[in-house]
Ligand binder design. Structure first.
Ligand code: NIG
Ligand code: FE
Length: 415
């Protein structure tokens, strides 16, 4: 793993900048034909026309002839529930028969059933299972993933999940970067049923101090009958004071004012937003809160897609992510995310690429170091099978990735 790489004959396609692209800027990609990309010690040191760069015969560099194929920034999956015990195929069947996601949750299934399985799993089991998903992600070009806790819902089990994330993140030769999020406010656990306020007190008094340093972000399921606006505000304030950056699962099932709360609290992102109000869209755009849209969840729940065009027209930054989790969306498919965004959400392929790279990076507050192919950023790259990036949505739900590169090392290659 030497982190030194030279790619020649690339069709280089990238958004440009060190912060989220908003509104019409999302459609602007820079394309350079016959490009050379150089990564030295994991960092991009050159990305531009081949004729402006003299390739030395330094043997410390791995060489790839891209043969005109498209090279994109590595994808950032900025919303996943990567760590979990068990699976919920029965629940999927009940939903196919017409039962709603929330009614299953209210009768003690849903998230709580994954909490039971996660509490009884060992840290090693959680790590091994998550690594399997990471390997699949890497094949689809993901070089940074955000991973949430939230299936422990007591201090030791939340710590077990966050420790599993740390083990994965620091594993030698790991194929991608992992950003950790504490989601103790995912649901009220069964032992606190009917005592939401006491669980909020526990989170503020015990859990937040215990997980400090183990997670960069604090996230909350702000939803009717889960954590409503007042409880959410109290928790978000406490988390912010404790030094966490903020994310919200907002307006996923009903319109509750989660987007407005995200803007009020200065959250880095608000996610889902299937039922966001027009005012919420405007306020997020004004405050620069990234709108992380999760089309695979809408698809899996047979819900309407989030209003991507309204966000873009309001001048907001849209990111796309998978929401991989064992319940509402058991899929981590980047190809299907791209197809749904373009076919059903009205996003252009250029906007979609920005949403999965630079804006995904902004959703995890990393747009200064990843998300575009520019000198100074990490050498996280994807080489497609094709020389035209428009193949991405057109080859519906199919993987177009030929090679994935993380910090200058080849971590996946389809020979
Ligand atoms: O992002 N809505 C809350 N959390 C997840 C689902 C978690 C689950 O069903 O296990 C989501 O949709
Ligand atoms: Fe989620």
């Amino acid at each position: 793993m030497d982190k030194n790489l030279i790619i020649t004959n690339a069709t280089l396609v990238t958004p440009v900048g060190r912060s989220a692209r908003r509104g019409p800027e999302m459609g602007c990609l820079k394309t350079t034909g016959h490009a050379t990309i150089v990564v030295s010690d994991g960092i991009i040191t050159y990305a531009g026309p081949s004729e402006d760069y003299t390739v030395s015969d330094d043997t410390a560099y791995t060489r790839i002839d891209a043969a005109d194929r498209v090279v994109l920034p590595g994808f950032v999956d900025s919303h996943t529930h990567l760590i979990f015990g068990g699976y919920r195929p029965d629940e999927f069947g009940w939903r196919l028969n017409g039962e709603s996601y929330m009614s299953i949750m209210q009768r003690g299934g849903g998230i709580q059933s994954t909490v039971n399985a996660t509490r009884s799993a060992s840290a090693e089991e959680l790590v091994e299972k998550a690594q399997w998903f990471i390997d699949r992600m890497s094949e689809m070009g993901v070089t940074t993933v955000e991973a949430k806790s939230g299936y422990g819902l007591d201090t030791p089990s939340e710590l077990k999940m966050l420790n599993a994330i740390e083990t994965l993140a620091t594993k030698p030769g790991q194929k991608l970067n992992i950003v950790a999020t504490f989601l103790g406010a995912h649901a009220v656990p069964k032992e606190y049923k009917g005592r939401t306020e006491e669980y909020v007190d526990l989170m503020i008094g015990e859990m937040l101090p215990a997980v400090k340093g183990k997670a960069e972000f604090f996230d909350i399921f702000t939803e009717k009958n889960v954590f409503e606006i007042e409880d959410s505000r109290r928790l978000l304030k406490a988390a912010k004071e404790a030094g966490f950056k903020l994310k919200l699962h907002a307006d996923e099932i009903v319109t509750l004012g989660g987007a407005e709360l995200a803007a009020e609290m200065g959250a880095v992102s608000a996610d889902h937003l299937l039922h966001v109000s027009d005012d919420g869209i405007q306020r997020m755009a004004k405050e620069g809160v990234v709108a992380t849209l999760l089309p695979l969840t809408a698809f899996s729940l047979r819900e309407p897609y989030a209003p991507a065009r309204k966000f873009i027209e309001a001048g907001a930054a849209v990111a796309l992510a998978t929401d991989l989790n064992p319940g509402s969306c058991f899929s981590g498919s980047i190809p299907l995310t791209i197809a749904l965004a373009c076919i059903y959400m009205g996003m252009t392929i250029e906007e979609t690429i920005t949403a999965l790279t630079l804006n995904g990076a902004a959703a995890v507050d990393k747009s200064h170091e990843i998300g575009s192919i520019e000198p100074g950023k990490k050498g996280d790259l994807v080489i497609l099978e094709f020389s035209n990036y428009r193949m991405l949505p057109y080859y519906v739900g199919m993987n177009c990735v030929n090679t994935t590169i993380h910090e200058g090392n080849i971590v996946y290659s389809h020979k």
